[in-house]
Design a protein around this ligand. Structure first.
Ligand SMILES: [Ca+2]
Ligand SMILES: [Ca+2]
Length: 305
């Protein structure tokens, strides 16, 4: 038997119910009035069964992300709320919430209802040793971190992890159960680059014909796209080429024709590059574009982007 000065209580269909009343109270029942010296909370006293048990601890944790979705570079806050809802003080309480990969530069802070100290275990992000938690004592830990903007995030991905709390003190679950783990998701939205290449010139093409291609590109994602590069090297069969562009600012890289560095693209931002040149070879006499547009593109550029 564990010696304790905790108030004790009973278990019933609605879980743990608090200690006997220490003061008198009066119940009116069918007109009769009676006075109790102590006793249990009325709802519990009126159920058909109740089991008296040794006092136990019952710790729980709830985790949340704020906001629940983010883009690279954003700051997010994880809030962990913990409590002991059992009557026996919870000892050796440990809370773990390992920071998911993709979140960087974490900092943390805490508050406890009993004013006692929360200690981070050295070298962890994060495992904390919590103070002993008496009945209904609780606290908050907040972790603030940044979505790593140096990573190549896909259009949409989910970061998921568990927070978990434990105690060396005997625990008994309430009904409904107060869970010792809580999983939460953070949705990260990245950029989503879209590109299409089309042959603008129609009609019959011959060697020596002028031909124009259009490259349309945009960012269909929810996050800004950085370090955008468009590459479409010219074939030796396409000469006297020049290009123009509308929309986003483009700059040739200088080293490779045709490779452009595009300015950072905000969501929905994009542009079009048109390339005009002369076919010098690669077509049979009288060959038409509508007979082999894909092959024609491939003959003039390195590949369909
Ligand atoms: Ca529990
Ligand atoms: Ca939660």
């Amino acid at each position: 038997m564990v010696a304790t000065d905790s108030p004790g209580g009973i278990w019933g269909p609605w879980g743990y119910v608090e200690a006997p009343f220490e003061e008198n109270f009066t119940e009116q029942n069918g007109g009769a009035t009676g006075t109790y010296n102590g006793g249990y909370d009325l709802p519990q006293a009126e159920v058909e069964w109740a089991i008296a048990v040794s006092p136990v601890a019952d710790v729980w944790v709830d985790k949340s992300f704020s906001p629940s979705s983010a883009t690279p570079g954003d700051t997010v806050t994880i809030t962990l709320r913990f409590e002991n809802a059992g009557s026996l003080p919870a000892e050796d309480v440990v809370l773990t919430d390992t920071l998911p990969a993709g979140l960087v530069n974490p900092t943390w802070a805490y508050w406890t209802s009993n004013g006692l100290t929360v200690t981070r275990r050295t070298g962890t992000t994060y495992t904390w040793d919590l103070p002993d938690l008496a009945w209904m004592e609780w606290g908050l830990i907040t972790v603030t971190a940044q979505v790593d903007s140096s990573l190549d995030w896909p259009k949409e991905s989910t970061l998921s992890n568990n927070a978990a709390i434990g105690t060396s003190t005997l625990e008994q679950y309430q009904v409904p159960e107060l869970l010792n783990t809580d999983a939460e998701n953070l949705t990260v939205y990245g950029p989503d680059l879209v590109i299409t290449k089309t042959l603008v010139t129609s009609g019959t093409l011959f060697n020596g014909s002028w031909v124009t291609f259009a490259i349309n590109y945009s960012n269909a994602g929810q996050a800004i796209a950085t370090n955008v590069l468009i590459t479409d090297a010219l074939s030796a069969n396409f000469v006297n080429a020049s290009y123009s562009s509308v929309g986003a600012t483009v700059n040739t890289t200088g080293s490779i024709s045709y490779t452009w560095r595009i300015e950072d693209l905000s969501p929905t931002e994009g542009g079009m590059i048109t390339i005009t040149g002369v076919l010098s070879s690669g077509l049979s006499a009288g060959q038409k574009t509508d007979e082999c547009p894909g092959a024609l593109l491939k003959a003039i550029f390195d590949a369909m982007p």
